[in-house]
Design a protein around this ligand. Sequence first.
Ligand SMILES: [Zn+2]
Length: 201
Amino acid sequence: MPDGCFDSEARGPYHARAMANPLRDRRSAAEWAATGQVIEIAEKLGGFEQLSSIVEADLAALEADKLPRDWRESPVTGQLKFGFADAQQTLPTVHCTLAVTVDAVCQRCLQAFRLPLETGANLLLLEYQETAEGYEEYEVWELDEHMLRPQDFVEELLIMAMPFSAMHIDSSSCKALTGTADDADEMTKPFAALRAQMTQD
Ligand SMILES: [Zn+2]
């Protein structure tokens, strides 16, 4: 690695982490837990492939000129804290808090808006078919494989935090509710047409 990599210019927060990002490391759950590691997350949405494709598919409803340009740049922040649930150190756990603001399309008015998502979980990391009694404060997270890459469950948690149907939360920003968008008409037309059909029968 050339010395130049460590010049101050290259040392943005993302570059520094990219050198050795524990999110992308693969270790067994027991190893993660044994380190007691705390991982501070400072990623970009674009770094999560599946999450990006979900957001992208949602934004595809927009016309090209309405597409938010930097949607992949949205920061994903949070913290992972590994440990054990039991004193014998046989049950690995991870406490996660995550936040991201994604660009989404409001299903009511079909306009792009910024949707803040926050999620958290207290997970008991169990191997396939492994069980543990008496740890109700944890959600069981069944591991697909022995080696665990934190990036993968962070992404899964973020995807689970995505709403099935995104909508403006406050009605004053939703054009469908304030009645100022033409799109709102288009939106209601299929239902109006359907209703017209039904009443004809
Ligand atoms: Zn809306």
